[in-house]
Design a protein around this ligand. Structure first.
Ligand SMILES: N[C@@H](CCC(=O)N[C@@H](CS)C(=O)NCC(=O)O)C(=O)O
Length: 287
């Protein structure tokens, strides 16, 4: 029977085979499935992530801090391969009970502590280093607003549009239309804002731009094959101007590569443990 004719039963039951590409990954229960500790490197920040847009937000931030000369932001970026279920290991669940990348351990002080959720990690780093977060109260409020706008939008773009356009085992017209409309609406929100302002929160580059860039560039650069044309992304001229300006930042270029194992090109850096790792051949890990 086609899923279009699906009549929900009174009580939902889990069909482990019915998740398409995600069948072996997503489950209706939380918690660890395997016992495995996380590795720990030598730097103050230990990041456990993968180079998806949510992961790239954090590696861009860390690279921006290093670019700004903040050596105390040195980090190890360990690869968590979500398609192999690494996010369900006991070690990972202990730092993120939600089993999603990115998650980080701040070991800069005497007592290490965890931080999960990309927006929380950006805020933690911005506050800790006093960077990419304006000090003026109104500008700071604007930064919080655009940051949370992005955090609220990502599930519609990735989990909604991306999932139904690229990954779902069948093309469901209703779902694709619903999320295409929402994704275009979100691009229009950004486009109108960027018509009046150089960056999302105002004149300065902030964690709101760092959070938003990986997601909007993924759609603009056809991260889901055919999506840029499908959504007529060329119409969003101000988003395009902003994407180009951010893409030109050296720290962004480095941050986008860290823990990246997916994608059409092969310049991803599987793990990052030292600034010199960016000189490694693609896919190589020095350890
Ligand atoms: N709101 C979370 C979302 C994180 C998230 O969805 N991560 C995805 C990769 S982009 C993931 O780990 N998925 C694995 C899974 O669903 O099991 C954040 O921003 O940190």
């Amino acid at each position: 029977m086609s899923k279009i004719d699906f009549t929900p039963p009174r009580v939902w039951a889990w069909d482990a085979e019915n998740g398409g590409r995600f069948a072996k990954l997503n489950r209706p229960i939380a918690g660890a499935t395997t016992e495995k500790e996380l590795p720990v490197g030598k730097h103050p920040f230990q990041l456990y992530s993968m180079g998806t847009p949510n992961g790239q937000k954090v590696t861009i931030m860390l690279e921006e801090l290093l670019e700004a000369g903040r050596q105390a932001a040195e980090y190890d970026a360990w690869l968590i391969t979500i398609f192999e279920g690494d996010q369900f290991s006991s070690g990972f669940v202990s730092i993120n009970p939600n089993s999603k990348i990115p998650a980080m351990v701040d070991r800069s002080g005497p007592k290490p502590f965890r931080i999960f959720e990309s927006g929380a990690i950006l805020l933690h780093l911005a506050n800790k280093f006093g960077a990419f977060l304006p000090t003026d109260e109104a500008e700071r409020a604007e930064t919080y607003s655009w940051l949370m706008w992005q955090m609220g939008s990502a599930p519609s773009i990735g989990g909604g549009f991306g999932h139904f356009f690229a990954y779902a085992p069948e093309k469901i017209e209703y779902a694709i239309n619903r999320y295409a409309m929402e994704t275009k609406r979100l691009f229009d929100v950004a486009d109108r804002r960027l018509a009046e302002s150089r960056f999302l929160a105002g004149d300065t580059y902030t964690i709101a731009d760092i959070a938003t860039y990986p997601w909007l560039q993924a759609i603009a650069n056809d991260g889901y094959k055919g999506c840029a044309e499908f959504l007529s992304i060329h119409e969003y001229r101000n988003v395009d101007r902003w994407l180009r300006e951010i893409a030109a930042r050296p720290a962004v270029s480095r941050g986008m590569k860290v823990n990246r194992v997916l994608g059409r090109d092969d310049d991803g850096l599987r793990e990052r443990h030292d600034a010199s790792d960016f000189e490694l051949r693609s896919g190589e890990t020095k350890r």
